[in-house]
Structures are given as structure tokens and as C-alpha cells.
Design a protein around this ligand. Structure first.
Ligand SMILES: Nc1ncnc2c1ncn2[C@@H]1O[C@H](COP(=O)(O)OP(=O)(O)O)[C@@H](O)[C@H]1O
Ligand SMILES: [Mg+2]
Length: 265
């Protein structure tokens, strides 16, 4: 049977052709830093207006605010999918704005992303949808099989790799998307309204999977405008409002006897 510990898997990691390595070793530094970040769209929409923020390694953070507040935009700036106009974003010790186009895929390998609409390939199997994240990174087939099996176990889909996406429920699809996001053991997992298409009980179950990742040491940024989820767990919560971030700490939503600046769905 194929067995692969993390160190063995690491030796299969392809060389960084560009010579740019995104070290995960600097444990004392924050994982993500925003310094005076401004971001507008060409439409004139000013989404981020001087955002300062520091996110430590291993944190679980809720990002909330009404629809259109800029939650998705903020997440996308971290992995360079959206450029910024002013300021600086540092991720894994690197200024994201100076990462070359050639090096960007290596930065993104450190990020697992989960979306509201799953973004799975419906005609592929569960296995194929998860394995793709490792295939593009050049892992050997034996390693891929073993790591996909591990990821399926972590999301509660043991032994179901051969099933097609089309026959799955919404909750199962989101579990597959989560397995794909974590199969590469990324430093950071970004969840952009991952429960938006799920009913309330499933949403709580899915939140639990992200909390499992957090307990295993992964940094999680979970964007949601669902106040009931914020009430489930007392994690540090950032409220995006009018281009600014208000850090209301952990548990503020639960303690508030009246609706604070957190939007109610
Ligand atoms: N690619 C884009 N081009 C222009 N405007 C955009 C684009 N993406 C988002 N926006 C606008 O920026 C604002 C923030 O959007 P978004 O980050 O998606 O907010 P949220 O995720 O909180 O709903 C909204 O007004 C939205 O219409
Ligand atoms: Mg959004």
C-alpha cells in the first residue's frame, strides 16, 4: 500500500523554476498583512479605502458585511486575483504586488479556495476534481491517490472517489470542493460564502469542516453575510463596511443584545 508522510510528499514537490520560494517557515511573522490598502474598480466603486490588517498563522477569521461590501474583493486581493491601487499586501512574507506573473502559480499553491457555487467540473468524478489540484503541481500518481484519499476522509466522503459530481447533493458537492482546497495542505484557506447555497443545518456542518482545518493548524478566512453562522462560533470577526474594516474581535456578535454593525441576513 502506498504510504506517504508529509516529508515524503515534499520531496515530490517540483523545483521552483523561477527560484521563488514561498517559505512557510517564518512562524513568528503574520501570515497576511494589509497596509493602507485601497482598491477601486474601473466603475469608480471604491471597495477598500485604507485597510490595515494583520492575520496571524493558524487564525480562524470571519469576514462579514452586507452584500457588495467587498468581501470577495478583499479575499481575491490576497492571492493576486485582484490588483490594488495603493498600499501593500504581504502574504507569506512576500509583497503580493511584486510577485511576477510566472511566480504567481507558486504563491497560489499556498491557498485553497472554496466558493459558494462549488466550481467543480460536473462531468468528472469526485477523485478527478480533487486530484487536479495535485496534478498541476506535478505530484506522482501514487502520492495523488494517497492524498486524495486523506482529503476525502477529512470531509467525510471516504471511498466515494469514483462517484460523479452530477449525482451529488449540494452539501456533498461542497465537501468535494473543500477536499480539493485542502488536498495540497495550503497555509491559507479562503472560503467565500461557502454555505450560501446550503440549508442552515448543512451550513453549520460545513462550517465545522473549516473549524477542523483550523484546529489542524491551517489559517482560515471565512466570508459570510449569514449572521446565524457568526453566532455559532466565537471567532475573530472583521466587518467590512463602506470600504473599511472593523475588527470586532471574537464573540461580539453573540454578546450583542441588539444588532451591532453586523448585517442581519
Ligand atoms: N470585477 C468588478 N468590476 C466592477 N465592480 C465590481 C467587480 N467586482 C465587484 N464589484 C463591485 O465591488 C463591490 C464589492 O463587491 P464584492 O467584493 O463582490 O462584495 P461582497 O463579496 O461583499 O458581496 C460591489 O459594489 C460590486 O458590484
Ligand atoms: Mg462576495
Amino acid at each position: 500500500m502506498a504510504t506517504s508522510g508529509p516529508s515524503e510528499a515534499r520531496t515530490f514537490r517540483p523545483a521552483f523554476r523561477t527560484g521563488e520560494r514561498f517559505s512557510r517557515d517564518a512562524k513568528d511573522r503574520p501570515l497576511i498583512v494589509f497596509e493602507s490598502v485601497h482598491k477601486s474598480y474601473a466603475t469608480g466603486m471604491r471597495v477598500l479605502r485604507g485597510v490595515d490588517l494583520s492575520i496571524g498563522r493558524g487564525e480562524f477569521i470571519f469576514v462579514t458585511g452586507p452584500s457588495g461590501a467587498g468581501k470577495s474583493t478583499m479575499l481575491r486581493t490576497i492571492y493576486g486575483a485582484e490588483g490594488i491601487d495603493e498600499g501593500r499586501i504581504t502574504f507569506l512574507g512576500r509583497d503580493v504586488g511584486t510577485v511576477t506573473k510566472q511566480a504567481m502559480p507558486y504563491l497560489r499553491r499556498n491557498v485553497g479556495i472554496v466558493f459558494q457555487d462549488f466550481k467543480l467540473v460536473p462531468t468528472w468524478t469526485i477523485f478527478e476534481n480533487i486530484a487536479i489540484a495535485l496534478e498541476v503541481a506535478g505530484y506522482a500518481a501514487r502520492i495523488i491517490r494517497s492524498r486524495v484519499a486523506d482529503a476525502l476522509e477529512r470531509v467525510g466522503l471516504v471511498g466515494r472517489g469514483d462517484e460523479r459530481i452530477t449525482v451529488l447533493s449540494g452539501g456533498e458537492k461542497q465537501r468535494v470542493a473543500i477536499a480539493r482546497a485542502i488536498v495540497n495542505d495550503p497555509a491559507l484557506v479562503l472560503a467565500d460564502e461557502p454555505t450560501g447555497n446550503l440549508d442552515p443545518q448543512l451550513a453549520v456542518d460545513i462550517l465545522g469542516l473549516f473549524e477542523d482545518m483550523h484546529r489542524a493548524g491551517t489559517t482560515v478566512l471565512f466570508a459570510t453575510h449569514d449572521r446565524s453562522l457568526l453566532e455559532v462560533s466565537p471567532h475573530r470577526t472583521l466587518v467590512l463596511d463602506d470600504g473599511r474594516i472593523h475588527d470586532i474581535g471574537a464573540g461580539a456578535v453573540i454578546r450583542a443584545s441588539h444588532p451591532i454593525e453586523v448585517p442581519v441576513r
